[in-house]
Ligand binder design. Structure first.
Ligand SMILES: Cc1ncc(COP(=O)(O)O)c(C=O)c1O
Length: 435
């Protein structure tokens, strides 16, 4: 192995395999990366579901440069800088009605932890301190911190790390190939799976449950689209029992499903929303929690000189991130990007669903500018077929992502129809070449 590659312990990577044959990216612009040898690669996954406006957008680059020169850092505790307020206003202006408060973090994982803590502390502030239980969902991904993996439902992310948080339970996942394979958009079957929450309420009693957290579209587990009526039903059950509903919109936020947030696409407003990624177009790490006003207001009691919520990060509302965020939202607005996935979704759906019938394809699913292509796993080698498809596509100049035996596509919102075709044709070629 090259000595140069030795020290870096890579995240979520097969380190030994990678270091034998590294894939190094050197430059990016628009829909493309270039590798260290100058080869152009079409990015079919927005980097990692984050570069929603495409790479190295001039306004964002300039905003970061200007901010770095003007003020590198401002402490966020008992101090602030104007761009933090400006960005919070802009983010809440995009959100569903009533979600008027924004708490900044530095990643999706931190946004999830923040939202979970807010939910528990909110109930306590209102005198319902017994509501401490958190409900997640099987196959959910909520980042990698202890709260997130506890409510999360991806076995590999949980099993190495002991007993996790106490007082957590899970809804069943909504993946149902038998009834919903090859659904275009939202699958028809599965709204009743939301009733699982009633089962958990019957088991634990509503008075012990603080919140339910779900991804409106589960991304990392391999693109699971919510069945028609499922999220509405979950909202109704939460309301009936005084349970907060948290949407983890870390990947669905900022235009992925055709509206600024999936909450708007599906017409269901949560109480708290975890955001990250597209908030700065991936250019500077940042996350945020959007909260309903009533949640924030519940904390605003007691003497005014006291801190109301004992939580925050050194880099919350970092000036570089806020500058990037403001320029990102301006770019989204100027180019109409937050609704563009809706305009492209029918064409994209037609292309990806035409993969039905290719070798080993057992499902294709889509919404907005997201698609999942599920393959039959090889006996005794789960995940290997899709990983080989990833390597094959990369070799042919297209970057896709895989989890298990599912290929996920999530191109930037600036993607052109011809590029969507190139992406899907490259996947088709890989499927045909693979065993
Ligand atoms: C739904 C969801 N939540 C949380 C996260 C974690 O975000 P981060 O990697 O920025 O901590 C991700 C990352 O992909 C995600 O998809």
């Amino acid at each position: 192995m090259d000595k140069e590659l030795d020290a870096y312990w890579m995240p979520f990577t097969a380190n030994r395999q990678f270091k034998k044959n590294p894939r190094l990216l050197a430059k990016a612009s628009g829909m493309h990366f270039w590798d260290d040898k100058g080869r152009q690669i079409l990015d079919a996954v927005s980097g990692l579901w984050c570069v929603n406006a495409g790479h190295n957008r001039p306004k964002i680059v300039q905003a970061i440069q200007a901010q770095a020169e003007e003020m590198d850092f401002a402490p966020p505790f008992q101090m602030a800088h104007p761009k933090a307020f400006a960005l919070a206003s802009q983010v809440s202006a995009l959100a569903p009605e009533g979600m008027g408060k924004v708490f900044f973090t530095n990643s999706g994982s931190e946004s999830v932890e923040t939202a979970l803590k807010m939910a528990i502390a909110y109930h306590r502030a209102r005198g319902e301190g017994s509501r401490t239980r958190l409900i997640g969902r099987e196959r959910g991904y909520h980042g990698v911190n202890f709260g997130g993996i506890s409510v999360g439902g991806i076995v590999a992310n949980r099993k190495m790390f002991g007993t996790l948080l106490a007082g957590v339970d899970h809804l069943r996942h909504t993946h149902d190939l038998a009834r919903n394979a090859f659904s275009v958009g939202q699958p028809a079957h599965g709204a009743e799976l939301a009733d699982d929450l009633e089962r958990l309420v019957a088991l634990h009693d509503a008075s012990t449950i603080a919140a339910v957290i779900v991804e409106p579209v589960a991304g990392s587990t391999g693109v699971l689209i919510p069945p028609q009526g499922y999220l509405q039903r979950l909202r109704e059950i939460c309301d009936r029992h005084g349970i907060l509903l948290i949407f983890d919109e870390v990947i669905t936020g900022f235009g992925r499903t055709g509206r600024p947030f999936a909450a708007q696409t599906f017409g269901v407003t949560p109480d708290l929303m975890a955001l990250a990624k597209g908030i700065t177009n991936g250019a500077v790490p940042m996350g945020a929690v959007l909260a309903k006003d009533k949640i924030h207001d519940a904390f605003m009691s007691g003497p005014e000189h006291l801190i109301e919520f004992f939580h925050g990060y050194t880099y919350s509302a970092h000036p570089l991130a806020c500058a990037a965020g403001l320029a990102t939202i301006e770019t989204y607005r100027d180019e109409g990007l937050l609704t563009r996935a809706g305009e492209l979704q029918d064409g994209f759906a037609e292309l990806v669903h035409a993969l039905k019938g290719e070798p080993n394809v057992i499902d294709v699913r889509n919404i907005g500018l997201v698609a999942g292509i599920e393959l039959t796993p090889r006996v005794d080698e789960p995940g290997k077929r899709a990983f080989e498809a990833f390597l094959d596509c990369y070799d042919k100049g297209v970057l896709v992502r895989t989890t298990g035996d599912i290929i996920a596509l999530s191109p930037s919102l600036i993607v052109e129809p011809a590029q969507l075709e190139q992406i899907v044709e490259t996947v088709r070629g890989a499927l045909r070449r693979l065993k």
